[in-house]
Design a protein around this ligand. Structure first.
Ligand code: NAD
Ligand code: TYD
Length: 354
C-alpha cells in the first residue's frame, strides 16, 4: 500500500499547477493537498473549482519568497512532498520586465529549498521536493539537431529561461550538498484547459472567437514540442512516486509542430466547431508580426529516460489534444472573458502594437 502523502503545491492556481491538483485529488483522494499561490495575474482561484470544498484540501494565498509563511506551512501541515510549480512563466513578459522572474523563480525557489532543508528531517521516508522546470533551459536547436536529453548543456536565451536555469542549479546543488531528495523535471510546451490567454494556443483560440488578428511571430517556422497537460500530470505522478532523488527527467509530448502549422490546425478546428465565428474561414485572421527578440528556433525533448526508467510515455496526440483544448475554450467563455482585463490589454499593446 502507498503511504498517504501530504503535498504542498506551489503555483497550484496557475495553469499546470491547477491541472495537477485536479489530477492528484481525483487519483489520490486520501492525500492531503495544500496549495500555496500568490495569485499574480496568472493565478486564478476559479481554476480550483470543485476542490476547495474538499476536507483534505486547503488554499493559502501567499508568496514563495515569504520564508516565515513557508516554514509554518511545512510544519503545521506536516508536508512530506513539495510540488513546486510557482513561477513567472511567460517569455514575452520576461523581456518586458525581467526582475519579477529573478525574484520569484530564483529567490523564491531558494526560499523554498532553505525551508525544506530545515523541515526535511521531520519528514517520513517518502519526502520529495519536485521542481517543475522547462526545456527552455537547454537553449535553441537547429532543424536537424538531436532533441534535448538530460545531459544537454544549459544555454538559456531569455530572462525567463535563465531564471529557470538558475533555479534548477540551486535545486541540483541542494541535493548534492545537503542530500535533499530533490527531483527536477524539464518539460516541453504544455497546452490544455485553464491556460492563461497570453500563451500561444489560448491566445489563438480566444482571438479567433472574438474576431481579432492571430499574431504569428517572425516567419512562423519556429518549432515547439507540444505536451498535453494531462500527460504532464501523469508523468509527474510517476516521478513523485518512483523517481530517483537527485535525478532529472525530461518530459515531452513527441509532437513537434511549426507554429504556423499549429495555428492553421487551430483555425480548421475553429471553423468546424464554432458556429458563430465573427470571421470565417478563421485563417483570414492570421497575421505575421514582428519577431520576439532572441526567439528560440526549435525545442524538442528526448524522453527516453523517463520511458525506460519509469515506464511513462505521452498518450495524447496533438490532433486529439488540440481538439479537446479548442472545445474547452469554446465552452468556457465565462472563464476567459474576465481575464481580458485592463492589465491584459496594456500588456497586449506593449507586445503586439509598437
Ligand atoms: P502559470 O503562469 O500559469 O502559473 C504560475 C502560478 O504561480 C500562478 O498561479 C501564479 O499566481 C503563481 N505564482 C507566481 N509567482 C508566485 C510567487 N512569488 N509565490 C507564489 N505563487 C506565485 O505557469 P504554468 O504554465 O502553470 O507553469 C507552471 C510551472 O511549469 C512553471 O514553473 C513553469 O516554468 C513550468 N513550465 C511551464 C511550461 C508551459 O508550457 N506552461 C512548460 C515548461 C515548464
Ligand atoms: P509561448 O506560448 O509564449 O511559449 P514559449 O515561448 O515558452 O515557447 O509561444 C509558443 C511559440 O509561439 C513561440 O515560438 C512563440 C510563438 N508565438 C507567436 O508566434 N505568437 C504569439 O502571439 C505568441 C504568444 C507566441
Amino acid at each position: 500500500m502507498r503511504e498517504s502523502r501530504r503535498l504542498l503545491v506551489t503555483g497550484g492556481a496557475g495553469f499546470i499547477g491547477s491541472n495537477f491538483v485536479h489530477y492528484w485529488c481525483q487519483r489520490y483522494p486520501d492525500n492531503w493537498v495544500v496549495v500555496l499561490d500568490a495569485l499574480t495575474y496568472a493565478g486564478n482561484r476559479r481554476n480550483l473549482v470543485g476542490l476547495e470544498e474538499r476536507e483534505n484540501f486547503r488554499f493559502v494565498q501567499g508568496d514563495i519568497c515569504d520564508r516565515a509563511l513557508i516554514d509554518s506551512l511545512l510544519q503545521s501541515e506536516h508536508i512530506d512532498t513539495v510540488a513546486h510549480f510557482a513561477a513567472e512563466s511567460h517569455v514575452d513578459r520576461s523581456i518586458l520586465g525581467p526582475e519579477a522572474f529573478v525574484q520569484t523563480n530564483i529567490v523564491g525557489t531558494f526560499a523554498l529549498l532553505e525551508a525544506f532543508r530545515q523541515h526535511y528531517e521531520t519528514c517520513n521516508s517518502s519526502g520529495v521536493f519536485l521542481h517543475v522546470s522547462t526545456d527552455e533551459v537547454y537553449g535553441s536547436l537547429a532543424p536537424n539537431d538531436p532533441a534535448f536529453t538530460e545531459t544537454t548543456p544549459y544555454a538559456p536565451n531569455s530572462p525567463y529561461s535563465a531564471s529557470k536555469a538558475g533555479s534548477d542549479h540551486l535545486v541540483r546543488a541542494y541535493h548534492h550538498t545537503y542530500k535533499l531528495p530533490t527531483i527536477i523535471t524539464n518539460c516541453s510546451n504544455n497546452y490544455g484547459s485553464y491556460q492563461f490567454p497570453e500563451k500561444l494556443i489560448p491566445l489563438m483560440c480566444i482571438n479567433a472567437l472574438i474576431g481579432k488578428q492571430l499574431p504569428v511571430y517572425g516567419d512562423g517556422q519556429n518549432v515547439r514540442d507540444w505536451l498535453y497537460v494531462g500527460d504532464h500530470c501523469s508523468a509527474l505522478d510517476v516521478v513523485i512516486h518512483n523517481g530517483a532523488p537527485g535525478e532529472t527527467y525530461n518530459i515531452g509530448g513527441n509532437n513537434e509542430v511549426k507554429n504556423i502549422d499549429l495555428v492553421q490546425m487551430i483555425c480548421q478546428l475553429m471553423d468546424e466547431l464554432a458556429p458563430d465565428l465573427p470571421v470565417r474561414p478563421c485563417e483570414k485572421l492570421i497575421t505575421f508580426v514582428k519577431d520576439r527578440p532572441g526567439h528560440d528556433r526549435r525545442y524538442a525533448i528526448d524522453a527516453t529516460k523517463i520511458k525506460t526508467e519509469l515506464g511513462w510515455t505521452p498518450s495524447v496526440t496533438i490532433a486529439e489534444g488540440l481538439r479537446k483544448t479548442v472545445a474547452w475554450y469554446l465552452t468556457h467563455r465565462d472563464w476567459w472573458e474576465p481575464l481580458l482585463s485592463e492589465e491584459y490589454q496594456t500588456y497586449y499593446r506593449q507586445v503586439y502594437v509598437s
